[in-house]
Design a protein around this ligand. Structure first.
Ligand SMILES: *[C@@H]1O[C@H](CO)[C@@H](O)[C@H](O)[C@H]1NC(C)=O
Ligand SMILES: *[C@@H]1O[C@H](CO)[C@@H](O)[C@H](O)[C@H]1NC(C)=O
Ligand SMILES: *[C@@H]1O[C@H](CO)[C@@H](O)[C@H](O)[C@H]1NC(C)=O
Ligand SMILES: *[C@@H]1O[C@H](CO)[C@@H](O)[C@H](O)[C@H]1NC(C)=O
Length: 495
């Protein structure tokens, strides 16, 4: 379809947002951007129904220039570019039935979406692009990779119309133009995977309607500026060289759905996050954040994914109430955060959990019996900690997790004979985990540990050791233990 309808424009926005999110989840943004200066004419878009329509001649010449600069000289043979019927150009007629270019896209995005490709060795962005005063969407994907060039600052002259700017995987070098602060109608700015350096320009704070900012996979440095965007849904700054504290104004924006600042050099604590009630994903992994986790994480009721792996300077105990009420949490990563002390019993109440990674820490005590409630768990990493005592899972769960259950390198994990877990389970035996009631299977260090805990009385029964290390949790723990025992008993009868 050559002639844009409002539906076509909305579809494109959806497509772009999906690209940014990968496959993890889908966010639907309606294309309710600032009203166009154009008067949208009849929306049939069918060939023949607009026979009298011309394309604005200055824009036509500009499109020729832009096509030539990307190695698409064939387009210059097309007498009316708005009727050229190639994917990647959209036009809208004004009240005098003159067509204006509203969208240009380049690059082989997918098999279904074949925009004109660029000659990667000599393509450039033609300055004639500034002669398209109605352009709302500009999209270049893998276009200048073998001809590294800065992002031209003249794009900022499209400020009165441009809503979506995507320059993705283009090999751009140099800074983000400071002039981009003049793109005040932008809702989507996507500069993913270039070689951009310098800092994030503070001028971007002048863009009031920005909904998606993706600057991921570049070489941006400096601190994240204290700017804010009242409608921001997606903030992706992952894989840069950003340092300094987490940006409080950005992170407390109410409209946020996804925040990824992973793989940078961000330091300092996680601030109180009282704003973003609808936040679904928070990834702050591989930075140098310090602990402890703030209790205010509890406010992020919609959170499905929280990833804090690889922040070795967190070095704190995991607060028992940090995740209280996060009933939608499916993925929780606290690997290599130097966390110490016990695993909170409350984690076992997050029944939606599918992936839980607590490996590479100094967690001690036992695996909370409440973990037996985590029936959706498909991956659990507890390896490289100081855990002791029985594994509170039924045989089926251990089978289902298979190699994604990682328990090796702990002080003294074992399985209870009554649980039905046997030596035939590869995952357990390869992790060096034996039966709780055979002293020869319990490493010497953990026997010592258990016996110290119980005032020198050597404990052999695992059930007793759980009860004693969980004394602090009192009746609840004992109830769960009793329930677990009943389940295990029924389970072993069934087998
Ligand atoms: C923004 O545009 C105005 C003119 O509209 C210009 O005077 C100003 O220098 C521009 N600012 C930037 C940062 O480019
Ligand atoms: C950005 O990279 C260019 C080379 O591509 C270099 O000349 C320039 O000094 C770098 N700027 C910063 C701020 O690192
Ligand atoms: C943002 O504000 C915080 C708190 O006022 C401050 O610590 C931080 O340095 C500021 N960041 C920048 C980049 O100015
Ligand atoms: C766990 O380690 C902490 C220090 O990190 C220590 O105070 C506590 O007694 C240990 N608890 C157990 C059950 O070993």
């Amino acid at each position: 379809m050559t002639f844009a309808t409002p539906q076509a424009t909305t579809l494109l926005v959806l497509l772009l947002v999906n690209v940014q999110l990968g496959t993890s989840f889908t966010v639907i943004l309606s294309d309710s951007g600032a009203p166009s200066t154009l008067v949208d004419g009849p929306q049939s878009g069918l060939p023949g129904s607009n026979n009298g329509a011309r394309t604005d001649s200055k824009e036509q010449q500009a499109v020729y220039d832009i096509m030539r600069a990307t190695g698409n000289d064939w387009a210059t043979d097309i007498p009316n570019v708005c009727r050229g019927r190639w994917h990647g150009i959209e036009c809208v007629p004004d009240k005098d039935n003159v067509f204006h270019v509203v969208s240009l896209s380049f690059g082989a995005l997918s098999d279904d979406t074949a925009f004109p490709t660029c000659d990667p060795t000599q393509s450039t962005i033609s300055p004639s692009i500034t002669k398209l005063p109605h352009l709302r969407t500009l999209f270049f994907y893998r276009c200048f990779t073998n001809n590294p060039q800065p992002i031209p600052s003249f794009l900022a002259q499209l400020g009165s119309s441009l809503q979506t700017l995507v320059l993705r995987e283009n090999g751009h070098i140099g800074p983000i133009p400071y002039e981009f602060g003049n793109l005040t109608r932008l809702t989507v700015l996507d500069l993913h995977k270039n070689n951009l350096n310098g800092s994030i320009p503070i001028s971007l704070g002048q863009i009031p309607g920005l909904r998606s900012l993706d600057l991921s996979s570049n070489r941006l440095s400096g601190s994240i500026p204290n700017i804010s965007f009242p409608s921001l849904s997606i903030l992706d700054l992952n894989q840069n060289h950003l340092k300094g504290p987490l940006p409080i104004p950005l992170l407390t924006t109410n409209s946020l759905l996804k925040v990824d600042i992973s793989r940078n050099r961000i330091s300092g604590p996680i601030p109180d996050l009282n704003g973003p009630k609808n936040l679904i994903l928070l990834d702050l992994s591989y930075n140098t954040l310090t602990g402890p986790l703030p209790d205010s994480l509890q406010n992020l009721k919609s959170l499905q994914t929280l990833i804090l792996n690889g922040n070795p300077s967190m070095s704190a105990t995991i607060p028992d109430n940090a995740f209280r009420g996060l009933d939608n949490l499916m993925i929780l990563g606290l690997s290599n955060t130097n966390s110490e002390g016990p695993i909170p019993e409350s984690l076992g109440r997050l029944t939606m959990l599918r992936v839980l990674r607590l490996d590479g820490n100094r967690l001690n005590g036992t695996i909370p019996p409440s973990f037996a409630n985590l029936n959706g768990l498909s991956e659990l990493r507890l390896d490289d900690n100081k855990l002791i005592g029985p594994i509170p899972f039924k045989r089926e769960r251990v089978w289902e997790m298979g190699r994604k259950l990682r328990l090796h390198n702990n002080l003294g994990l074992c399985y209870d004979q009554k649980s039905g877990l046997g030596d035939d389970l590869d995952t357990l035996s390869s992790a060096g985990i034996g039966r709780c009631d055979t002293s020869k299977n319990v490493p010497a260090s953990s026997i010592q540990h258990i016996s110290t805990l119980n005032n020198g009385n050597m404990l052999i029964s695992s059930t007793k050791s759980v009860a004693s290390t969980h004394k602090i949790n009192g009746a609840l723990s004992r109830k769960i233990l009793a329930l677990t025992a009943i389940f295990l008993f029924i389970n072993s009868c069934l087998l």
